[in-house]
Design a protein around this ligand. Sequence first.
Ligand SMILES: *[C@@H]1O[C@H](CO)[C@@H](O)[C@H](O)[C@H]1NC(C)=O
Ligand SMILES: *[C@@H]1O[C@H](CO)[C@@H](O)[C@H](O)[C@H]1NC(C)=O
Ligand SMILES: *[C@@H]1O[C@H](CO)[C@@H](O)[C@H](O)[C@H]1NC(C)=O
Length: 385
Amino acid sequence: MKTLGIMPPSATGITATAIFLLLTFSSATPISRPFKKIYAFGDSYTDTGNTGSTGAITGPSAFSYVSNLPYGRTFFHHPTNRYSDGRLVIDFVAESLSLPYLPPYLNRKADTSSGINYAVAGSTAIRHGFFVKNNLTFNITPQSLKTQLGWFNKTMEGQKCKTAKSTPEECTAVFRDALVWVGEIGANDYAYSIGSTVAGKTIQLHAIRSVTGFLEAVLDKGAKYIVVQGLPTTGCLTLALYLAPESDRDDIGCVASANNQSYTHNAILQTKIQTLRKKYPEAVIVYLDYWNAYRSIIKNAPKLGFRELYKTCCGSGGGPYNFDLGGTCGSKSASSSCQDPSQYINWDGVHLTEAMYRVVFEMFLKGAFAHPSLECLLRSKQNCG
Ligand SMILES: *[C@@H]1O[C@H](CO)[C@@H](O)[C@H](O)[C@H]1NC(C)=O
Ligand SMILES: *[C@@H]1O[C@H](CO)[C@@H](O)[C@H](O)[C@H]1NC(C)=O
Ligand SMILES: *[C@@H]1O[C@H](CO)[C@@H](O)[C@H](O)[C@H]1NC(C)=O
């Protein structure tokens, strides 16, 4: 705990035994389902195929092979433009509500009666113009949370819901059975500005402002049930470990500076969410503590079946990380992957394995990492504290 003196009690409040017990509940068992639709937002941790559906993959070139095997090798058994070997957290959410996997917004032919996924891999929280202004456009995804809000606006206008104030009946109908899922967003903003003259604090300020503004816009439209994920321990991702000097490590073996940055971001985000709860008392806003969930998984990895915490399952170069920016997952040098992805936390250097996403989902559902309870919201649309 030396380098992370600001850990809240929830980091230690869950014992290994509790984790073991919670995993004996299967996520495949549907819990009762008051939600009929999900609208999801975010980046590659939530994108179920917006990237790739337009043909060109515009984000960082090292992660442009998502349409190739071994992406999708687990469960789907073919690439689905998801950045994983299989399902993502949002897929387990859909399963738990007995809803179909969310179609990407850009797939115009999809049946959208159970919801739409607006998340785009590589997406930033901050509008793209900010990066243009700061000369940071090399190798980055042009879509931001603002793009996703624009798409959502179009969907809502199609359902005659411009704003909650102008058309209350239509909007009430739209949001009565709808879960709004805001996946992790902002990690790319920090990543894109590494090595630039733009300070981390500046990114933090603008990213938090963007997320808060986005949440406000969705709440103003009439959203009643919103789930917001914080940032994960970005310093535990293989790419971060590969890039940072070995002296920059924390007590769980991750990059201390990056974990500090994502921790601080989450702390501020939570204060903004608390303000929104006061301003919109009719809405239930659940915060998911991805950072402490991830940290807890690292600490209890053997019990959860993980043998490799930092090494990619799909990569090249061997060594402690099996990662090489010139030979990333899905490229010619990494066209195959490890024998058993379920023993790995990290899939391709930045994204996680299906096994990891499943445990993260279980932790959000049954563990002490949702405030207020996610399980209660999904079961009964209530804020059970
Ligand atoms: C985290 O970063 C803040 C601000 O940059 C700094 O004041 C604090 O000491 C850091 N904490 C750790 C544990 O590194
Ligand atoms: C933008 O960055 C590129 C590459 O780093 C550099 O060559 C160029 O001069 C920069 N332009 C401005 C306006 O800063
Ligand atoms: C979306 O609609 C809201 C009004 O409900 C508006 O404030 C916002 O600017 C719109 N955003 C985009 C990106 O179109």
